[in-house]
Ligand binder design. Structure first.
Ligand code: DQA
Length: 147
């Protein structure tokens, strides 16, 4: 299975930014976990991070015809603002899982809306880096491995 993992703005600052919320693991550590998960589960993965909304839209559109079969996305702050990312996910119509490192449901009011989430088959939040692993396995196995 070929999947795309997308990360939005400021996630390149993991390990530096608000460690009390996002932990001390770095973005490189996250990419390593994603690549190891893919290897262990015979998945092909492309990992992409951008601080720019349009670049994320472009990368989602690219997934339409590059053989991508599923998307894991943490749109970060764009979660709460971006209709463009929502529309791009709807346009390509690939199974997509939304991931947040922190439990956004317990945070500020402005984080309570997720536009991207409206195009996602599942949302995983508050599980740190392991949320990405769970999302990848969900795309591969569906509900099969859910507790
Ligand atoms: C985040 C939560 C967002 O509200 C925030 O803007 C982020 C990270 C998370 O992974 O918990 O940048 O998506």
């Amino acid at each position: 299975m070929k999947i795309l993992v997308l990360n939005g703005p400021n996630l390149n600052m993991l390990g530096i930014r608000e460690k009390n919320i996002y932990g001390s693991g770095t973005y490189d550590d996250l990419v390593r976990l994603i690549e190891e998960t893919a290897k262990e589960n015979e998945m092909m993965v492309k990992v992409y991070q951008s601080n720019h909304e349009g670049a994320l839209v472009d990368r989602i559109q690219q997934a339409y015809d590059d053989g991508t079969e599923g998307i894991v996305i943490n749109p970060a702050a764009y979660t709460h603002t971006s209709v463009a990312i929502l529309d791009a996910l709807k346009a390509v119509n690939l199974p997509t899982v939304e991931v947040h490192l922190s439990d956004v449901s317990q945070r500020e009011d402005f984080r309570q809306i997720s536009y991207a989430g409206k195009a996602c088959v599942k949302t995983i939040m508050g599980k740190g880096f392991l949320g990405y692993k769970e999302a990848m396995l969900y795309l591969k196995n569906g509900n099969e491995k859910e507790e």
